[in-house]
Design a protein around this ligand. Structure first.
Ligand SMILES: Cc1cc2nc3c(=O)[nH]c(=O)nc-3n(C[C@H](O)[C@H](O)[C@H](O)COP(=O)(O)OP(=O)(O)OC[C@H]3O[C@@H](n4cnc5c(N)ncnc54)[C@H](O)[C@@H]3O)c2cc1C
Length: 405
């Protein structure tokens, strides 16, 4: 595996670096105060538009839909350079990373022309309406129904945990159109206008204080048949496109998440039981464990990059990264906060502990979002290691007979 850029990649990297340095001046350091949601959305839209205007949005997308027709390596190089800064990009992670690739794969030419360029420009924000109160890991158990009525479909039901639904213009929604088919077979996917009558997004307040995700209620929401993605009953196949892109979008370590260096910096500055923390054997062991995990994650990601640079799509082994990233982040930050004793509870702006506190609060969600640890382990067991499959006793039974509706 060659970790160095080719001459052409090095030239592209230098060009990107110069552009980012010239255009992201205000984001070279973390914000002095966390942005509120309105400011985050406004800054995200402005940055995406700036990239679009300069020809750096959707690098791998075809030119006729607003992209640049370049390779995944170009996108990776751009992402690496962009992630050296604190520019806000998370608003588009789901839309551009998962929803728009699904629209592009399964939408008609008219739908693609209508929606893809506006999404790349950042003018329209998208959300992923999959999870429901009784269907998360077992996504094929969703109950939101869509019933045909003339040229429209009428959607009724509830989604939950929908990131940025309250700030989205459109969403991709998986619905059940046939309750008598087995659970994976009666599903159909649509594009839904989040401003349509009958759509209500209710933000959920998180322990970090922010409200990034929502419960979303659909009451007789009308969606034209032209906004169906894929054939009626083929929604599971369409959802797999989204989930395949999700594996690529959520696999890595979150930008600027603290690693072993943050723990070492903390341990260097504090005493525990009257001894410098860095001299304690358990602290040194934890730093070493975190270092090993961080290096393993880096090399696993390099393996995925290497596959991409040769034109291959990284496979289910990509799930390994997220399992290790989320668990390491949670265990390391919990250890650090405990080590800091009462100081671990005090929020002190700019202190080494602050990033560890944020990591601790974010890690719990990371272990669930985009597939829980257990589900990813099942994927690794079945599809990487070839072990026997999980039990799926309800797979071939008509959905209406699985449990009372
Ligand atoms: C930060 C965040 C953002 C999110 N954003 C979105 C979004 O934008 N759109 C969206 O649609 N959803 C979103 N989700 C929801 C997410 O996809 C679900 O929470 C996730 O799929 C788990 O589903 P669940 O919460 O219903 O838990 P459940 O599926 O009920 O799982 C409960 C527990 O049972 C375990 N479990 C379940 N099945 C098995 C099994 N077969 N074997 C072993 N253990 C099992 C799980 O691992 C878990 O520990 C988000 C979640 C989070 C935390």
């Amino acid at each position: 595996m060659d970790f160095n850029d080719t001459p052409a990649e090095a030239e592209f990297r230098a060009k990107v670096r110069a552009w980012i340095e010239a255009n992201a001046q205000e984001y070279l350091e973390p914000p002095a105060e966390p942005w509120g949601l309105d400011e985050f959305v406004a800054r995200s839209k402005a940055w995406q538009k700036k990239k679009y205007d300069a020809g750096y949005a959707g690098l791998t997308w075809p030119k006729d839909v607003g992209g640049q027709g370049l390779s995944p390596m170009h996108q990776i190089i751009f992402n690496q350079e962009e992630s050296r800064t604190y520019v806000p990009t998370g608003l588009y992670a789901i839309g551009l990373g998962m929803c728009i690739p699904t629209v592009f794969t399964h939408g008609t030419p008219e739908i693609i022309r209508r929606y893809v360029p506006k999404a790349l420009e950042g003018v329209e924000v998208w959300c992923q309406l999959f999870s429901e109160p009784v269907a998360g890991s077992d996504l094929a158990s969703i109950r939101t129904r869509a019933v045909r009525d003339g040229d429209d479909w009428v959607i009724t039901g509830q989604k939950v945990w929908t990131s940025f639904a309250h700030r989205s213009d459109f969403g991709i929604i998986i619905t059940r159109t046939d309750f008598d088919a087995p659970k994976h077979k009666g599903l159909t996917m649509f594009i839904v206008d989040m401003k349509a009558p009958g759509v209500e997004a209710r933000p959920i307040r998180q322990m970090s204080g922010s409200s990034d995700f929502n419960e979303v209620f659909f009451t007789d929401v009308r969606v034209p048949d032209s906004h169906r993605l894929g054939a009626v009953g083929d929604g599971w196949k369409v959802a797999l496109t989204t989930l395949m892109h999700e594996r690529l979008a959520v696999g890595g370590k979150p930008r600027h998440a603290p690693g072993w260096r943050a723990l070492m910096e903390l341990a260097r500055g504090i005493e525990a039981d009257g001894t410098p923390a860095l001299e304690r054997a358990d602290v040194r062991l934890r730093i070493a464990d975190t270092y090993i995990a961080d290096e393993g994650i880096k090399l696993t990601q390099m393996r995925a990059l290497s596959a991409l640079s040769k034109g291959a799509i990284p496979g289910p082994e990509q799930s390994i990264s997220k399992v290790v990233v989320a668990r390491t982040m949670q265990e390391m930050s919990a250890f650090a906060l405990e080590l800091a004793e009462a100081g671990g509870l005090v929020v002190e702006k700019g202190s080494p502990i602050e990033r560890l506190q944020q990591a601790y609060m974010g890690a719990a969600g990371l272990r669930i979002a985009g597939g829980t640890d257990e589900i990813l382990r099942n994927i690794i067991a079945e599809r990487v290691l070839g072990l026997p499959g999980d039990l799926r006793p309800d797979k071939d039974i008509p959905f209406s007979q699985i449990r009372p509706l």
